[in-house]
Design a protein around this ligand. Structure first.
Ligand SMILES: Nc1nc2c(ncn2[C@@H]2O[C@H](COP(=O)(O)OP(=O)(O)OP(=O)(O)O)[C@@H](O)[C@H]2O)c(=O)[nH]1
Ligand SMILES: [Mg+2]
Length: 349
């Protein structure tokens, strides 16, 4: 899973990226500090995997991971070449999800490209630029497809593109059916992607969501990058206490990971093979066969059956043998829909 971070310059994108990935992206008080993209990986904390590892004692327990991409800041007029332009958006066209970061902290020494602190306005500016960038792609494709012969697939694509065109010109986030979304996936459009908003707030004054009502109305995570970087040697309860006192999300920037899972409707399943226990994140509705292909192409191609035990039963029984004796291991075929918390063992030839 890949998450692309967007926002104006100097809102704290690279600071957040570093907090999440323990990375070392360059952070500076000048706009356009980030020019080349930064890519980092966050391991998803997973209590269930910890319990499975306690029971099975693998040499290695590998949690699911999310890839974050930090790009340059987008400014008003980027589509017409302002700032660094919008070419760098290409780095996030493959992302599954957009993390839109907004700035609610005011700091005199750190310039705001639009001079005043106003997250709702900033969100509108960035989304207008994203819409214009997408529109350029949609219009180019439309021009081609209108000249092409019409197969049923092309009809579907044409309709999907026309819908996108009208939503984007109205500045709206396009709503797509699963078929339309599949038909237009290769275009890498950003506006139809699911989005989560995070607001970088003051580290000294309590956050006041009424000052960014439109943003706050769309489930947003409030955090403060400056606060977090000053709390590295605090205990967890002290961190939570500090965040609460500033009206921020008690779980801190790590809450973004949970929100990514929710926004993408992901389930987590587990595999145990030899010395490794591993967690996998997959879209809700993934079948046993699709899961097998995620694990390895050979396992998918040679699929015979899946033996499935839910981690709750595994934990309750204490080990696989006891699960088997008590009838908790189900034998499932290719079309079984994987459930959150399933431990899968795929038999293949
Ligand atoms: N006071 C305060 N300063 C912050 C906060 N978060 C980031 N900064 C500062 O703001 C400046 C910009 O932060 P970056 O993380 O580089 O911002 P960016 O969005 O990546 O900026 P560009 O790469 O230029 O687009 C740096 O000087 C940071 O130290 C915050 O929560 N509070
Ligand atoms: Mg940056």
């Amino acid at each position: 899973m890949k998450v692309g971070i967007v926002g104006l310059p100097n809102v704290g994108k690279s600071s957040l990226f570093n907090l999440l990935t323990a990375g070392s992206a360059r952070v500076d008080l000048y706009p356009f500090t980030t020019i080349e993209q930064n890519i980092g990986v966050v391991l998803v904390p997973d209590e269930r995997l910890d319990r499975i590892a306690q029971i099975l004692k693998p040499e290695k327990a590998s949690p699911a991971h999310i890839e974050f991409v930090d790009i340059a800041g987008l400014v008003r007029g980027a589509s017409a070449g302002e700032g660094l332009g919008n070419k760098f958006l290409g780095h996030i066209r493959e992302a599954d999800l957009v993390l839109h970061l907004l700035r609610a902290f005011s700091a005199g020494d750190i310039p705001h490209v639009l001079d005043t602190v106003d997250p709702d306005r900033d969100a509108a500016v960035v989304e207008a630029e994203l819409a214009i960038a997408d529109l350029a792609i949609v219009d180019k494709r439309l021009e081609h497809i209108r000249k092409e012969p019409k197969t049923p697939e092309q009809h579907l694509l044409l309709e999907a593109l026309e819908k996108l065109h009208s939503a984007l010109t109205r500045g709206e986030r396009p709503a797509q059916s699963p078929e339309e979304s599949r038909a237009t996936r290769e275009l890498g459009l950003i506006m139809p992607k699911p989005v989560i908003y995070a607001v970088n707030c003051s580290d000294t004054e309590p956050a006041d969501p009424s000052r960014f009502a439109a943003t706050a109305a769309r489930t947003s995570l409030l955090f403060s990058a400056a606060l977090e970087s000053g709390m590295s040697d605090f205990t967890d309860p002290d961190r939570v206490e500090m965040r609460r006192s500033l009206n921020l999300a008690p779980e801190g920037p790590a809450g973004i990971v949970t929100r990514c899972f929710d926004a993408l409707h992901l389930v987590r399943f587990y595999t145990v093979k030899g010395t490794e226990s591993r967690a996998w994140a997959a879209p809700a509705g993934t079948t046993a066969l699709e899961a097998a292909f995620m694990i390895h192409t050979d396992i998918g191609n040679g699929f015979i059956r899946a033996e499935v035990v839910n981690y709750r039963d595994l934990v309750a029984c204490g080990d696989f043998h006891a699960c088997r004796d008590q009838g908790h291991i189900k034998v499932e075929g290719k079309s079984y829909v994987v459930q959150d918390g399933d431990v899968l063992h795929v038999k293949f030839r």
